[in-house]
Ligand binder design. Sequence first.
Ligand SMILES: [Mg+2]
Length: 155
Amino acid sequence: MNKLVIYIDMDGVLANFDKSHRQLEKESGKKVHRPDLVLDFATFEPMKGAIEAVKKLEEMGHNLFIATTPPWDHPDSWGQKRNWIQEHLPTLKRKMFLTHRKDMLKGDILIDDSFSRGQPNFEGEWMHFGQDGMDWPYVVETIQNMTNMLKVINK
Ligand SMILES: [Mg+2]
């Protein structure tokens, strides 16, 4: 099997949650402690390099999915996330998992910047985005190397 099943987190990986949080605080002139309950998730800017990276992973032939944890107490965010995907990554439509338990997902790679939703217990490889220089170019390069290796092994 040369095709990997890859899950990609949204906030802090595909979508720039922090930037919208900072903008909200700047505009309101005060600290916002639960931005996840008030922000419009459809309006987040894509993270640097994210859209291009997804395209490259698709070109490698892998099976990509979104795996995101929407705030339970902000149910509008569930639809806002869907709308973000429709706008920025339409090739991933109908490939979205909403879950608070990322360890329950079945697959090879999980690209995620957080560890509080079961990421460390994901059955495949968890690429801890944002840690130790793990940015989009690094992720793409690593998966490209894995892809090349799989082609050799499965010849
Ligand atoms: Mg995240």
